[in-house]
Design a protein around this ligand. Sequence first.
Ligand code: ZN
Ligand code: ZN
Length: 136
Amino acid sequence: MIPSLSGGCLCGGLRYLVTAEPLDVGYCHCRICQRLSGAAAMVWATVPTAAFRYVEGRPRAYRSSPWGQREFCGRCGSQLLYRTVVQSPSLDINLPTLDAPERWPPRRHVWVSSRLPWYPLADGLPQHENDGPAAG
Ligand SMILES: [Zn+2]
Ligand SMILES: [Zn+2]
């Protein structure tokens, strides 16, 4: 029995529940994530689509690529997740929006080809030049 993990946006207007352990967790250094978040990298957790649901509020969506969209709070602007436009078995939540983000530590880095040179990676985790669940 896996306890559900809750999360939400900054203003509290959007709340969600995840009822499964993550399939993958990592940092994405792609340019889309950098611009979208305003941070040097984003931390995502891939979870089964069937194990994710909004329990409060309705997100807005932005089509960030031909194949994917980002969902966010229309009031405070918090970015909550990435999912493919065509229904997929998993989606990527933005890990720090969990109420207990320390529960799921990152396992790898993706898109390090666009990593900012002043953002050194010294955690010893595997690094991938591109690809990855958060692509798009
Ligand atoms: Zn909000
Ligand atoms: Zn990315």
